[in-house]
Design a protein around this ligand. Structure first.
Ligand SMILES: [Zn+2]
Length: 343
């Protein structure tokens, strides 16, 4: 039996007319029922419809949902001194960490920093203002741990009390509850991040507006969501691993995410795409099983075959990232009407 649902209108434009696009059961956590993604006939927005009623949303997250089983934070300062020097240089020269700047980085350090930067930019927020950082949907605190190690004063919001308790190892200031009810003052933070949060909330424009309110002048909001306009959604449709029904209520494309930002009073200042082989391999497994090809699906999961497919994907995925068709997109957002600053 499905969770109780409601025929809610488009979250973005309010139009009531929508066409069903993809229907599927919960492939990741087996919450009972079949759920549907519809496309708004007025504005094209992709959203869950009918959608799980507010009072039943918590039932979409079973106890083994991995909110408090995250790996330990990926603190960038580890490894031999030469690597740490390169990390510090990358942070200082590319992400605005003036306090980490050292004189006289040699060509080797600089070259290594350039290589490391591709990873570091995904793990470390760009430095802003006085270094007051908020992570919305902080889970057990992975991003808070990294930010704290980088010198930020860190704060979190998390709906899951057990995960929030773990996040408190990095800061006493972790609010348990919904982001719309979080008690922060306007302009309190220099950087706010929300990784894989926006697709879970019933009103993404209100959530975006609230997060923008918390930004100090010159502050940066960083939002990451799955990309329903990417290659995976196009290739696999209802088998796309980013659907995560019934937990994902909105399915953003670069264009619809930008509309949410604009409506909330923000402005997208940069956009990055990420494409990891495992996302496509999960989708491929779903796609094969939908066609009754369980044997082939198991073959694709067999270690040597999986390794080979992963290698082939590693070689071709830079293309998807480059073309802006990645599986995950991350955008940097500033308040509209402020003077542009460097990313
Ligand atoms: Zn619409």
């Amino acid at each position: 039996m499905s969770l109780p649902t409601v025929e809610a209108p488009c979250f973005l434009c309010g139009a009531s007319d929508a066409e069903p696009l993809w229907s599927t059961s919960d492939r990741a956590f087996a919450v009972p029922g079949v759920y549907t993604v519809a496309r708004c006939r007025a504005c094209g927005f992709l959203y869950q419809r009918p959608r799980v009623r507010d009072e039943h949303l918590a039932a979409c997250y079973p106890d083994h949902y991995p909110r408090h089983q995250e790996p330990s934070p990926r603190i960038p300062f580890k490894g031999p001194p030469a690597r740490v020097r390169a990390v510090r240089w990358a942070l200082a020269s590319r992400l605005g960490y003036a306090a980490l700047r050292e004189t006289g980085a040699g060509p080797l350090t600089r070259a290594r920093a350039a290589l490391l930067f591709r990873r570091i930019k995904w793990d470390c927020p760009p430095w802003r203002g006085q270094g007051r950082y908020l992570d919305v949907g902080c889970g057990s605190g992975g991003a808070l741990g990294v930010a704290q190690a980088l010198g930020w004063q860190v704060t979190g919001v998390e709906v899951d009390a057990a995960a929030a308790a773990k996040a408190r190892r990095f800061s006493p200031r972790v609010h348990v509850g919904d982001l719309l009810g979080a008690p922060f003052a306007p302009g309190e933070f220099d950087c706010v991040t929300a990784f894989h949060v926006l697709e879970h909330v019933p009103d993404p424009v209100a959530a975006m507006r609230r997060m923008l309110e918390w930004l100090a002048p010159g502050g940066l909001l960083v939002v990451e969501v799955p990309n329903a306009g990417g290659l995976g959604a196009r290739l696999f449709g209802r088998a796309w691993s980013g659907l995560e029904l019934p937990r994902h209520l909105s399915h953003f494309t670069p264009e619809s995410l930008e509309r949410v930002v604009t409506r909330a009073g923000g402005r997208v200042v940069w956009r990055w795409h990420q494409a990891k082989p495992r996302y496509y391999l999960w989708s491929l497994g779903h796609w094969l099983r939908d066609r009754g090809l369980d044997g082939l699906a198991r073959l694709a999961e067999w270690r040597p075959a999986y390794g080979l497919l992963k290698l082939l994907l590693e070689l071709t995925l830079p293309l998807a990232r480059w073309a802006g068709r990645g599986e995950v997109m991350r955008v940097g957002i500033e308040l509209a009407g402020e003077r542009p600053t460097a990313a």
